[in-house]
Design a protein around this ligand. Structure first.
Ligand SMILES: Nc1ncnc2c1ncn2[C@@H]1O[C@H](COP(=O)(O)OP(=O)(O)OP(=O)(O)O)[C@@H](O)[C@H]1O
Ligand SMILES: [Mg+2]
Length: 703
């Protein structure tokens, strides 16, 4: 089917079709895309599209979104990851800017959603959608279609339940669903759940040859084997990397830990750097400089990444700063970097020019030690190779170390089918949070609440609801006991406080812990920080490593805390050291916490402190308000209390504030009373000038 036929049949889409032709150079629809059109999703029918990676699910989603937007309805695109949301936003904005108003919103859970009212298309994470629904913005009623990307993540213990609840709530609103899924065994169950037409297919526009590596050769299922000559002493995978670069292509290596990602990038870099000419090296040098200058002062990790980039490789994991992550991705897309070694953060949804994907580790740490990664996830990683935009064929290679392992990998991952997915709704903390959320959105009796859960994917799969209902019963008791819920004539109703907790998108247990803390009013910062760290929101927490034991235990002993709080205490201790103005490097070296992950924890802490302040105000337990406010500021900037007056000035961060303080300049007043000479000595001429202008100081004199 030609793309043009879509606009013949649906004239409202004429301009959209033209934009897809112009920007994506699409002329002919892929067979599953054509099949999808035939199901009538553009006439409003629900659709589950369960087709391989890189088979063009996004195009179907875009047609559905734009079709509804052009009819004056709101269209929502839900994605599991912030990174994916930004990628889709950038792409759609470029393509459809003139045809529809497109917004992205992924953070800041306590927002009413009013600011989104003017937009036609909203790109949101599942959590953001959930939190918005708690604020009941008016535009909810105007939603025409909801696209759920990566719907197979219903299977994910962490993110699945929220997706499941949001979808069940949306079902009640009567919206149209377009659910996009990897190829899974039981996509028919999802279709049944969503009352949707199902399109399944094995079609992949770019052929993917899958294989297993052993002793410098790769046996492929779909093409001839590849035999390579390894130079002596080279790291085992460098032979694959060198080969792909010599073929003028790029590669991605997946490993299971951040440390491995860094090491693998480094080792491969040593082998391939000789393959770049002077001009390419100059470009790499420039990017390395940019990467090293993302933070005020580069950390060891920044330098390590910079060093890799100089050799044409990079590592990519959640510990990287967001700016560094996008620098790495963009320069890989532009074919400047030739190899990325990544943790599975890069496994889903993204379009990258990696003709070859190598999976070094097929196991990862789970609850029971090292566990094999599910087939579904390995296939998602495979799917990053051979994307239509960049390549005409792709290779996906698993690495084995023995003949036995070779056979195992082949049978399981190459010949095996992905596991069926199953609902993960029966997890207590998540259920607790959503039960309160549901009552906050609408008063209901217990039967209505159970009816709601009766419409979930869990109910469809397990039929027997007894165990879930027992769990919910316990949760209701807790919510009542904690003062977040009331019964009135059999109706379940949120108290004012409960409503706010739901809107703040907090686990009710966290909110209850906060209430108790507000009552006790502890004066010690470490106690407050440990309570923050001991919340569901702050998890997962790092373990206490052998090298840290002496330091952490010594401090820990000073407090009356339970052993189960040791990890939370360690997390609190890192925050404490940060506020003592310790550097990112110190935090990484001492506690093994890389800067990117630390920033994530800091933003959770910021959020929790805000939420705690709100609860404090509403509950009238307001003795801690000033303390909380001050702590929030100090954590945000990583400073001792004495620097707070200086930090208020734009362009003054923790380092500059400390330098000013060191020469006796302790407040804005002090800055104003300082000479331009002194300021420029401490801050550098350029910064001094900026700050003086900002404070309306006379810059004409000495500078
Ligand atoms: N009919 C088509 N003809 C040519 N290229 C197409 C067509 N449809 C989609 N594409 C291109 O194919 C690429 C992959 O599409 P997309 O990102 O939608 O894959 P996907 O199915 O969502 O894969 P994943 O499961 O990995 O997320 C995009 O670059 C897109 O522009
Ligand atoms: Mg996709």
């Amino acid at each position: 089917m030609k793309l043009g036929e879509v606009s013949t049949k649906y004239p409202v889409l004429a301009d959209v079709v033209q934009r897809i032709k112009d920007v994506d150079s699409v002329d002919e629809l892929y067979p599953p895309q054509a099949k999808a059109i035939e199901t009538g999703f553009l006439d409003g029918k629900n659709l589950v599209l369960s087709i391989p990676t890189a088979s063009g699910k996004t195009l179907v989603a875009e047609l559905a979104l734009m079709s509804e937007a052009l009819k004056g309805k709101k269209a929502i695109y839900l994605t599991p990851l912030r990174a994916l949301a930004s990628e889709k936003f950038e792409e759609m904005k470029e393509k459809y800017r003139k045809l529809a108003k497109i917004a992205i919103s992924t953070g800041e859970y306590d927002s009413s959603g009013k600011e989104l009212a003017d937009y036609d298309i909203m790109i949101l994470t599942n959590e953001k959608m959930d939190s918005l629904m708690r604020h009941k913005p008016e535009w909810l009623e105007k939603i025409g279609v909801v696209v759920i990307d990566e719907v197979h993540l219903l299977n994910d213990k962490g993110r699945g339940p929220t997706l499941e609840i949001v979808t069940t709530k949306l079902k009640k609103l009567g919206v149209q669903f377009i659910a996009l899924s990897a190829t899974i065994e039981n996509s028919d169950e999802i279709a049944k759940w969503l009352d949707a037409e199902l399109v399944e297919s094995e079609f992949r526009p770019v052929q993917l040859a899958r294989g297993v590596f052993l002793d410098n050769s790769v046996a492929f299922k779909e093409k001839d084997d590849l035999k390579l000559d390894a130079p002596p002493g080279a790291c085992p995978l460098a032979v694959l990397t060198t080969d792909i670069i010599q073929k003028k292509a790029q590669s991605l290596i997946f490993v299971n830990t951040r440390r491995s990602a860094e090491k693998e990038a480094e080792e491969n870099g040593k082998e391939i750097s000789a393959l770049f000419d002077t001009e390419a090296k100059k470009k790499l040098e420039e990017i390395a400089d940019q990467i090293e200058n993302v933070l005020d002062s580069p950390t060891k990790q920044c330098k390590r990444l910079g060093k890799c980039v100089r050799t044409g490789t990079a590592f990519h994991h959640a510990g990287l700063h967001a700016k560094q992550r996008s620098l790495v991705e963009n320069n890989f897309k532009q074919n400047v970097l030739k190899l990325i070694c990544a943790t599975p953060t890069l496994a889903a949804g993204v379009n990258l020019p990696s003709k070859r994907v190598v999976i070094r580790d097929y196991k990862r740490y789970g609850n029971f030690g090292m566990e094999p990664i599910p087939i579904l996830e390995i296939h998602q990683m495979f799917g990053r190779a051979g994307r239509p935009k960049y390549d005409t064929e792709g290779e996906a290679i698993l690495v084995s170390k023995s003949v036995e392992e070779f056979d195992q990998l082949w049978d399981h991952y190459i010949d095996g089918r992905p596991e069926p997915i199953s609902s993960k709704l029966g997890v207590e903390p998540i259920l607790r949070m959503h039960t309160l959320g549901l009552i906050a959105e609408q008063e209901r009796d217990k039967k209505q609440l159970f009816d709601f859960f009766g419409k979930t994917f869990y109910a469809l799969q397990y039929e027997d609801m007894a165990s879930l209902e027992i769990m919910i019963d316990n949760i209701l008791d807790q919510l009542f006991k904690w003062g977040f819920m009331d019964h009135e004539n059999n109706r379940l109703k949120c108290t004012k406080l409960g409503l706010r907790v739901a809107q703040l998108y907090l686990d009710p247990m966290t909110a209850f812990d906060f209430l108790q803390m507000l009552e006790r009013n502890p004066s010690d910062e470490m106690v407050i920080l440990t309570i923050l760290s001991d919340s569901a929101e702050m998890r997962p927490l790092g373990s206490v490593r052998r090298s840290e034991e002496a330091l952490i235990f010594e401090e820990f002993e000073k407090y009356d805390l339970g052993d189960e709080q040791l990890r939370a205490f360690k997390n609190a201790f890192i925050f404490f050291e940060w506020m003592q103005e310790k550097t990112d490097d110190f935090i990484f070296d001492t506690f093994g916490m890389p800067p990117g992950s630390f920033r994530t924890k800091l933003s959770v802490a910021d959020w929790l402190l805000y939420a705690c302040g709100e609860i404090s105000r509403l509950s009238g337990r307001d003795k801690m308000l000033d303390k909380l406010r001050m702590l929030r500021k100090r954590l945000k900037y990583g400073v001792k209390r004495e620097l707070l007056p200086l930090i208020r000035v734009r362009n003054i961060g923790r380092a500059r504030a400390r330098n000013l303080f060191g020469v006796g300049i302790k407040s804005i007043e002090d800055i104003k009373n300082s000479s331009a000479d002194v300021l420029s000595k401490v801050l550098g001429k350029k910064t001094a000038l900026k700050i003086m202008e900002q404070l309306d100081m006379n810059t004409q004199t000495t500078l």
